[in-house]
Every structure is written in structure tokens, then in C-alpha cells.
Design a protein around this ligand. Structure first.
Ligand code: BGP
Length: 478
């Protein structure tokens, strides 16, 4: 297999699901702090105020805030070259509208980056990963308000300035294409429409959602432009939840629908961020959704000037598109699809498809021809501690092995793949369900769905396996 010598192996986390310490050292409430716990069957709720006696999983999460040194040491032991993490916007600007950053919040990430440096681990920072100041939701209905652009750019300026010597790789928005689906309203855009309470079934106003996404595009491009002008050493990336959509049958109706699903899911955001312009099919899409994007003079120029240097994405599953309305739609990461009879699913109904990763790596590279990085991949599973204290997550090893094999084949196909960070390398809260039971890590954290647990860290079987994978640069997957 052909992983480059300097291939970036590592793991990924997000502040809102991992850090906890939600109201410590001046941090303000984030949108994610207003989400209750839930489960596979019971959707989490979005509350307008925090309610007494209700569990909010982000408030403590798995407490990276107080365990960062221990956790980064574990990552170093596995041989991580890169650690993807996000900065919690509300640690730096508690309401998003301040003019001066919160020093205590800045100091926390100084400590985190210094710890990474100790072990030669390169930080890869997501600037906004599924959280934003809740105050911006209250003031402007989140990204529906154009005001968020300036708030975001001010936040970027503060962290670029502070960490210019510590961080080189940046991603502007996590899974920005979440905004192309109704679930992305509150999750990704901070939009909370009248009547929304259930996270899985939010009140959706496409006009606000697509407008909000336009504001994020402009904000991202402004941040990228600023970085390129002021800090030429920075590498700026996008991040998309990739949809590998297959036609369910060779019926041309299904083929056309799969194409359309990939346009909306992948290329709508990808084209804006890589090519610097809305794709040719955008007008049709807006019309279909009855949307009219309001642009200000200069917006289109900014998009052109703020294109990214590398393309990153999450990949968990593939899905099928069927034009037959009688076909039931299954579960998945943000987008469901018709179940594929050739694939098995995880316990949460996400279809496991390693070959789909090779397929989509080729599709993305053919379209954009800039370096690619898989910044999320992994298996959410129920882990069990055996009587002897071990956690034998062989199912996770199998999942990761098969995906790494396919990445190797894609590299051999000619794709320029520069790195791989597995999702939730240390157990953290699930984004879609708000539960702890859905675990992804190489390291188990003693924390449970009722909020109890000692937060103690414990290596799973996959820990030593991944260590070997990294040490052999992807040649020993046994
Ligand atoms: C992605 C998100 C992550 C994450 C992951 C797994 O969509 O970027 O934040 O959590 O999916 O999803 P879940 O936690 O719902 O299993």
C-alpha cells in the first residue's frame, strides 16, 4: 500500500461533544448546550432555556477540559501525527458579540496546543464544529442573520492571531453541508424556528436555511482570505459530510436521482468552497426549494477569493437513491437512504461500506484535484467491559481495517490523500442522539447515559491495533 511517508494518521474530536466545562472560566452557552440527551429511539430535545433536573450531555461530556494532558499522552502513545479538535467559539467570545476575546478561554487552547507540541502532534483545528454562541441564536436566529459573518470573522482573527505559531491546519465549518438538510437548522446553523422542540424533526424554513448557508460560505471565504493574506503558512480546508449515493437499480430514474442527491449533498458546498462559485445546478435547486438567496455586492467576489487549499470530509456510510416512492428510507448520518441489500449496518442503522470510501475518494479527486483528507470515519458501537476488565472491540478493528485498505487502493488509483483521523478517538457524546452508549474510541471513558461515571480512561483492544497501524504506516493491518 502506498501511504506517503508523512501521511497524517490520527484521531478527531469536537469541543461540544468532548470538552465539558460548559460554564467554566467565562465560557458562554453554546447552541449544543441547549440540547438534552436522547437515544437511538428517543430524539434529543432542544430547549430554549436550560431546564432543572434535565441532563445536557455537553455540559460535562467526557471532560477533556480537565483531562487534556492525559488524553493527549494517550494519543501520543498510539503514535498520532495529527489531532483534530475544535475550538469552542463561546470560550473565546461568550456571546459571539464581544469585541475582546476571553483570555481564560484562549489560555486553555494554548495549553492544549503546547501539549500537542510536546509529542510532535500537529493540531488540525475546526473553527466551528456544531456549536455557536446561543446568544447569536437569540439575537439573529443564528446564521439566518447576516450579522454572524462579522462575529465569525472577529473570532477567526482572534484565534489566528493568538495561535499563528502553534496551528497550521484549519477547517472553517464542520460538515457545512448539514445545512442542506432540515436537521442542520439548529445543529449547524443555530437556526431555531418557532415550534421546534424535537432535534430530529425541526421546523424547517428552506429560505432561512439556504440563506444561512450562504452567510456561512461568505464567512468561511472571508476567513480563508484573511488567513492567506496574513498567515501564508496556514493551510485552510473545508469539511463536508460526504454522501456516496448509489442508484438503487440501473433504472435511469434512479441514476438521475442519485446524481441529484450527490449534487445537493456534496457538490453544492464543495463547488462553492473549492471552485469559489455556486454550481450550475444551484438555480434549479433554489427554485425547487422556493428559495431566493439575498446577496450583497461583493459576495460573489469574496467566494472566489476565499477558496480552500485542501478538501476534508467525514465518511461513515453510503446510501441508495430510488425514484420509487414505495421504497422505505433507512437511517444514516444526516441523510437517510434506501437500504443497500449488499451491505450490513451498524446498530444505529448506518450502512457499512468500505469500498464506497474508495469510490468517493475518486469522485472527489476527479472533481477538485486538491489534496484530500478523511477527517472522520469510524464505527459507533455498544462496547462491553468483560469480567477481566478488557474491551474487545474487534468489530471496530474490522471496520477501520477495511476502510484503511480501501484508502490505500484509492491512493494507488492516484488520489492525493494526505491524512486520516478516526472519529471520537477517545469516547465522547454522540452528535445525533446525545448518548454515551454510541462509542467510537480507542479509549473507553467511564461515563454513561444517565450522566454517571468516574471519567476514568481505559484502553480498548483497538488501541494497540491502531498503534501498530500507525507505526507501520498502514502496512500492518492485522
Ligand atoms: C458527524 C459529526 C460528528 C459526529 C459524527 C458521528 O456527523 O461531525 O460531530 O458525532 O458524525 O455521529 P454520531 O455522533 O451521531 O454517531
Amino acid at each position: 500500500m502506498s501511504f506517503k511517508k508523512d501521511f497524517m494518521w490520527g484521531g478527531a474530536t469536537a469541543a461540544n461533544q468532548y470538552e465539558g466545562a460548559w460554564d467554566v472560566d467565562g465560557k458562554g452557552p453554546s447552541t449544543s448546550d441547549m440540547c438534552t440527551n436522547g437515544s437511538h429511539k428517543v430524539p434529543k430535545r432542544i430547549t430554549r432555556e436550560t431546564e432543572k433536573g434535565v441532563l445536557y450531555p455537553s455540559h460535562e461530556a467526557t471532560d477533556f477540559y480537565h483531562h487534556y494532558a492525559e488524553d493527549i499522552a494517550l494519543m501520543a502513545e498510539m503514535g498520532f501525527k495529527v489531532f483534530r479538535l475544535s475550538i469552542n467559539w463561546t470560550r473565546i467570545f461568550p456571546s459571539g458579540m464581544e469585541t475582546e476575546p476571553n483570555e481564560k478561554g484562549l489560555e486553555f487552547y494554548d495549553k492544549v496546543f503546547d501539549e500537542c507540541k510536546k509529542y510532535n502532534i500537529e493540531p488540525l483545528v475546526t473553527i466551528s464544529h456544531y456549536e455557536m454562541p446561543y446568544a447569536l441564536t437569540k439575537a439573529y436566529n443564528g446564521w439566518a442573520g447576516r450579522e454572524c459573518i462579522d462575529c465569525f470573522v472577529r473570532y477567526c482573527e482572534a484565534i489566528f492571531d493568538r495561535y499563528q505559531d502553534k496551528v497550521k491546519y484549519w477547517l472553517t465549518f464542520n460538515e457545512i453541508n448539514a445545512g442542506t438538510w432540515p436537521m442542520g437548522n439548529f445543529l449547524s446553523l443555530g437556526i431555531l424556528n418557532e415550534g421546534t422542540t424535537d432535534f430530529m424533526h425541526q421546523v424547517d424554513i428552506p429560505q432561512l436555511r439556504f440563506q444561512g448557508l450562504h452567510h456561512q460560505f461568505v464567512a468561511s471565504a472571508k476567513a480563508v482570505k484573511l488567513a492567506h493574506e496574513k498567515y501564508p503558512q496556514f493551510k485552510m480546508g473545508n469539511m463536508i459530510a460526504i454522501s456516496a449515493a448509489y442508484p438503487y437499480t440501473c433504472n435511469p430514474e434512479d441514476v438521475l436521482l442519485a446524481q441529484e442527491d450527490m449534487q445537493l449533498g456534496n457538490w453544492y458546498c464543495g463547488d462553492v468552497m473549492v471552485r469559489g462559485e455556486y454550481p450550475y445546478f444551484a438555480k434549479k435547486l433554489w427554485k425547487k426549494n422556493n428559495v431566493e438567496i439575498k446577496m450583497e455586492p461583493g459576495d460573489l467576489e469574496i467566494l472566489k477569493e476565499g477558496t480552500v487549499d485542501f478538501f476534508t470530509f467525514s465518511y461513515y456510510m453510503s446510501r441508495c437513491s430510488s425514484a420509487d416512492p414505495k421504497m422505505a428510507v433507512g437511517e444514516g448520518n444526516l441523510m437517510g437512504g434506501v437500504p443497500n441489500p449488499y451491505l450490513k449496518s451498524s446498530d444505529w442503522g448506518w450502512q457499512i461500506d468500505p469500498k464506497g470510501l474508495r469510490f468517493i475518494l475518486n469522485e472527489i479527486y476527479a472533481r477538485y484535484q486538491i489534496p484530500l483528507m478523511v477527517v472522520e470515519n469510524g464505527l459507533g458501537a455498544y462496547d462491553k467491559i468483560e469480567d477481566d476488565g478488557t474491551i474487545n472491540d474487534t468489530y471496530r478493528i474490522d471496520y477501520l481495517r477495511e476502510h484503511i485498505e480501501e484508502m490505500g487502493k484509492a491512493i494507488d488509483d492516484g488520489v492525493d490523500l494526505i491524512g486520516y483521523t478516526t472519529w471520537g478517538c477517545i469516547d465522547l457524546v454522540s452528535a445525533s442522539t446525545g448518548e454515551m452508549a454510541k462509542r467510537y474510541g480507542f479509549v473507553f471513558v467511564d461515563k454513561y447515559d444517565d450522566g454517571t461515571g468516574t471519567l476514568e480512561r481505559k484502553k480498548k483492544k483497538s488501541f494497540d491495533w491502531y498503534k501498530k497501524v500507525i507505526a507501520s504506516n498502514g502496512t500492518d493491518l492485522s
